[in-house]
Design a protein around this ligand. Structure first.
Ligand SMILES: Nc1nc2c(c(=O)[nH]1)N=C([C@H](O)[C@@H](O)CO)CN2
Length: 117
């Protein structure tokens, strides 16, 4: 299957388990890969027949900055659900990195893969 992807999408939002994390925004970086058939878009050169990565990026930023949750896991599940519901993709892989979370590590994070039912 063909893929549409977004790499290192930067979002600043409130997220975290600890009280100090609820006071200021932290950087998250998303890598998103979506399976979709691009052949009709390529034949017709029509943006409406593919998944617009700019639209997906906007929706990911909007959702990530409008909900306040503690766990990266919770945020990723909500984002995967939104992408599968709103865009013509059969599956989505989302990885989120939170580089400031563990000072001894370059970055930490979570990755999930979800399919449309
Ligand atoms: N699996 C996870 N582990 C941790 C998370 C998380 O979201 N998922 N979050 C934290 C803290 O919020 C951390 O980012 C701050 O040190 C710890 N572990």
């Amino acid at each position: 299957m063909d893929k549409v992807y977004i790499s290192q999408l930067h979002v600043e939002t409130i997220i975290g388990v600890y009280d100090f994390e609820k006071e200021s925004k932290q950087s998250l970086y998303f890598d998103i890969e979506m399976s979709t058939d691009i052949t009709q878009a390529a034949k017709t050169d029509d943006i409406n027949l593919t998944v617009d990565y700019a639209n997906v990026s906007e929706r990911v930023i909007a959702l990530s900055t409008s909900i306040q949750v503690e766990l990266l896991e919770t945020l990723l599940e909500r984002l995967a659900e939104m992408i599968l519901n709103e865009f013509a993709v059969s599956d989505v892989k989302i990885k989120v990195s939170k580089p400031a979370a563990v000072s001894q590590a370059q970055t930490v994070g979570i990755e999930i893969f979800r399919t449309k039912n």
